[in-house]
Design a protein around this ligand. Structure first.
Ligand SMILES: [Zn+2]
Length: 692
């Protein structure tokens, strides 16, 4: 069994059953042929009214962002698509061109539509003489600093193919220059994954090209995505709308860029870490002051100031949106207060004299007044979120209410760069309480609640059965009360997962509510759930497996930790053994213990009473982790040496489960049989999904 490392973008074979019978409301409404689903609905009169109202109240006459987004444009390439090495389309700006037709779409929140148009910037831009960006080649921007002899690249995109295309394009436009250094601003994939498209690893090893990163970069680049990797991959389908077509009814934007390139993601380890809070380096004649900003947008992240150019690089700490304190694909909740404080430190340290601010997403800001305005507002936005949510929590507002109570200050609501595209204020406000107080609202009813599938039948019974719920749900839907409709229809769907009428009606409600959302992450989640409710989870297979870089970057300890997660405890009932593991080529030693249905490991020890001792090189172990070879094959060839009772190994093998990425998130949506559990050591699955 080959390891499939599920990445952002899956290429799915859609198995949509084109069910003709449509009994849900508004079935006679005109359906656009480009709609993402045959059961899809046009925007309701409530959705249309809401969008029209927003067009009157949003500060749409403020066009500053458009001026900044266009400023410095040099050239766009002829092509709109970038092909992956494997032959599929890695990137396609062309499919979003409906956004440039000058139409107002009632299926898109006007503020989101505006952001989606801004993110159509495409090509090479001059930030100031000596600093350039290629935008619209991936989720992130790739930035080029002109040194004495070559380019210093900041954040080489998510994929080798898109990064290589960007480098080729700038060299064609501005003259061929070698890459002398690469800076990874932080530990998310869209800031390092394309590195092999811009440098040759041999040049890194020989010292010709430096790679600079914030302290603890490598620990976080992989670790963030391992333990819950499969669940995160699955949840990406909602946050990133992986299965939604690009259309006014489907995927329109991802707030910090259009989408993530579906290419070859790699990682070359840094050669130089920035360890101090503030550290200065001069490379190829370019003076750079690095500011570490740990536990902001990423656990390892840094800003950079170029004092000789008065240019401030804000990494992903300041972009054209409020960012995620909680990211819907799942991750540890971030620290809004630390984020605010690091922006403040940058404002006082560099923002007093900076004349341009640029970043790994969005577009630059020029002029010191504008820079200070944006920095101050972003500082306040994260600070306000943290402080006022806690203020309300201290007055008794719970995690289940905060999103309906918390309000952004009016002054910030009027600023486009302070709106909730990537991180909606609804999901971010809940995140702050989650960070400090956890998930419990302190009502004992919710402390040990029934599972939804167990409580739902009681609700349905007490509400008078399915027909009554459908009738009331239809009324609420027809009144535009989508969240109310969802409350009761969700119960029915849990109680009767095969009730397609209920699922279709809930999907219709999700769809309208999705159309109304400003945040693309939230919009995509509602639209993706609607799709799955209507026709089930499509069967798919991964078009990509991550290259060996991600596996090499994973420590053996992390791999062993993940084995403990993959182990099905029920299958390990009664098992008890100790295994000494050593990898002589890197001098590491571990003890694995199976006891109480739990597999633990400790680094740096060997025990005398081990049932089994396994000796294998780390290099061979990596081949197993990548699925190039099985552990059994390594044993057979003598590359893995077992001493003692082999039964411990055989037993461990029987407990390991291969996680499947297609698990059900909404009831009654699983239409595809899962493969049986496979007992292998090969699933490593660093899902490389942490692009935001
Ligand atoms: Zn990013």
């Amino acid at each position: 069994m080959k390891t499939l490392i599920y990445m952002f973008v899956f290429s799915f074979v859609l198995v949509i059953s084109a069910c003709g019978d449509d009994s849900s409301p508004e079935s006679t409404a005109k359906i656009d042929p480009n709609h993402f689903h045959p059961k899809g609905k046009a925007p309701s009169k409530y959705t249309i009214a809401k969008q029209q109202q927003l067009r009157k109240t949003l500060p749409l006459s403020d066009k500053k962002d458009f001026e900044e987004q266009e400023k410095g444009f040099i050239a766009a390439p002829e092509y709109k698509q970038i092909m992956a090495e494997k032959g599929h389309v890695a990137w396609d700006m062309g499919k979003y061109e409906f956004l440039l037709e000058g139409k107002d779409f009632d299926t898109i929140h006007p503020s989101l539509q505006r952001q989606a148009i801004l993110n159509m910037n495409y090509g090479l831009y001059e930030v100031i003489p000596g600093i350039y960006q290629v935008r619209g080649y991936d989720l992130s921007n790739i930035s080029f600093i002109k040194g004495d002899t070559g380019w210093i690249i900041f954040d080489p995109l998510a994929a080798k193919e898109t990064a290589a295309a960007a480098l080729k394009f700038i060299n064609e436009q501005l003259g061929e220059r070698p890459v002398v250094a690469v800076v990874y601003s932080h530990s998310h994939l869209d800031h390092f994954g394309g590195v092999r498209g811009v440098v040759d690893e041999a040049d890194v090893k020989s010292g010709k090209v430096q790679i600079i990163a914030p302290v603890e970069f490598m620990d976080h680049a992989i670790a963030e995505n391992i333990y819950a990797g499969n669940a995160m991959s699955r949840r990406m389908f909602y946050q990133y709308g992986v299965l939604l077509n690009a259309s006014p009814y489907g995927h329109v934007d991802q707030s910090i860029g259009k989408n993530v390139a579906a290419g070859n993601a790699g990682l070359i380890p840094p050669t130089r870490y920035i360890e101090k809070p503030i550290e200065e380096l001069t490379i190829d004649g370019v003076r750079m002051i690095f500011q570490n900003t740990p536990n902001t947008e990423a656990p390892a992240e840094m800003n950079t100031y170029f004092p000789d150019m008065k240019a401030f690089w804000a990494a992903e700490n300041i972009t054209g949106t409020i960012h995620n304190i909680y990211t819907l694909r799942g991750a540890l909740v971030r620290d809004a207060l630390a984020w605010s404080k690091y922006i403040n430190e940058a404002l006082y340290g560099f923002g007093q004299e900076a004349e341009v601010m640029f970043a790994s997403h969005s577009w630059p800001r020029w002029g010191n007044d504008r820079i200070q305005e944006v920095m101050r507002a972003q500082r306040d936005m994260y600070g306000h979120l943290n402080n006022q949510v806690l203020h309300l929590a201290n007055r008794g507002i719970t995690i289940n209410e905060i999103h309906n109570v918390y309000e952004v200050p009016k002054s910030l609501q009027q600023e486009w760069y302070a709106r909730g595209y990537h991180g909606s204020f609804e999901h971010n406000s809940r995140a702050v309480i989650n960070r400090y107080l956890g998930y419990w609202d302190a009502n004992p009813t919710t402390l040990i609640p029934l599972s939804p599938s167990d409580s739902a039948p009681l609700y349905v019974e007490m509400m008078g059965g399915a027909d009554k719920i459908i009738a009331k749900g239809t009324t609420l839907y027809n009144e535009g009360k989508y969240r109310h409709a969802q409350e009761i229809l969700n119960k029915l769907v849990y109680a009767e997962p095969q009730n397609q009428q209920a699922k279709d009606l809930l999907a219709d409600s999700f769809e309208q509510f999705g159309y109304q959302q400003e945040s693309p992450s939230v919009r995509n989640s509602f639209l993706a759930a609607a799709l799955e409710l209507r026709s089930g989870i499509p069967e798919g297979e991964s078009a990509h497996s991550a290259g060996p870089d991600m596996i090499r970057a994973m420590s053996t300890e992390l791999y062993l930790d993940f084995l403990g997660i993959r182990m099905d405890s029920q299958k390990a009932d009664g098992m008890e053994f100790k295994i000494n593991l050593s990898t002589p080529d890197n001098g590491e030693k571990f003890v694995l213990e199976m006891s109480n249905g739990t597999l633990t490991n400790i680094t740096g020890y060997q025990v005398d009473d081990a049932d089994l001792t396994i000796t294998i090189t780390r290099a061979d172990l990596e081949s197993v982790m990548m699925g190039i070879i099985t552990f059994d094959e390594l044993i057979a060839s003598g590359k893995a040496q077992l001493e003692g009772d082999r039964e411990a190994y055989e037993q461990l093998k029987t407990t390991l489960v291969q996680f499947e990425p297609g698990f059900e998130m909404m009831p009654g949506t699983k239409v595809v049989e899962t493969k049986s559990d496979m007992n292998t050591f090969e699933q490593a699955e660093p899902a490389v999904i942490g692009a935001e």
